[in-house]
Design a protein around this ligand. Structure first.
Ligand SMILES: [Zn+2]
Length: 125
């Protein structure tokens, strides 16, 4: 069912009826190197428990990001998904490695923090 919604969501995006950068997909296993797609966030679930949210850094640097969803750990994030499985992530994602990307994900759309997208700031409208 989620898979079908994801397909429809991507179709609606193609014809301009829906806007998002990322849709969420549920996996049992942590995605291996190279398994992540640039427009998908993989939510790793174990039984009913959401463990990780994995995505490629949208800054174009290509780093794989794993956000811990485990409430027992710090730091941790919360991911909500809407009908079209578009994820909303809180708090913001701040890469502390070389790229320094800093962004929010709201309804599947990447919103850059001021100065958080150094490589491509001029691309923004
Ligand atoms: Zn980055």
């Amino acid at each position: 069912m989620t898979l079908l919604r994801k397909r429809i969501a991507k179709l609606l995006r193609r014809i301009g009826w829906l806007d998002f950068d990322l849709v969420a997909v549920m996996h049992r296993e942590h995605p291996g190197p190279g398994a992540l797609k640039s427009d998908e966030m993989v939510i790793v679930i174990d039984g009913e428990v959401r463990k990780w949210a994995c995505l490629l850094c949208p800054g174009g640097c290509g780093s794989a990001i794993s956000l811990s969803l485990n409430p027992q750990r710090r730091p941790r994030w919360a991911v909500l998904t809407d009908f079209w499985t578009r994820p909303t992530v809180s708090p913001s994602v701040h890469q502390t490695n070389a790229c320094g990307c800093h962004f929010w994900i709201k309804d599947g759309v990447v919103e850059w923090c001021p100065g958080g997208h150094p490589a491509a700031a001029t691309e923004l409208p």
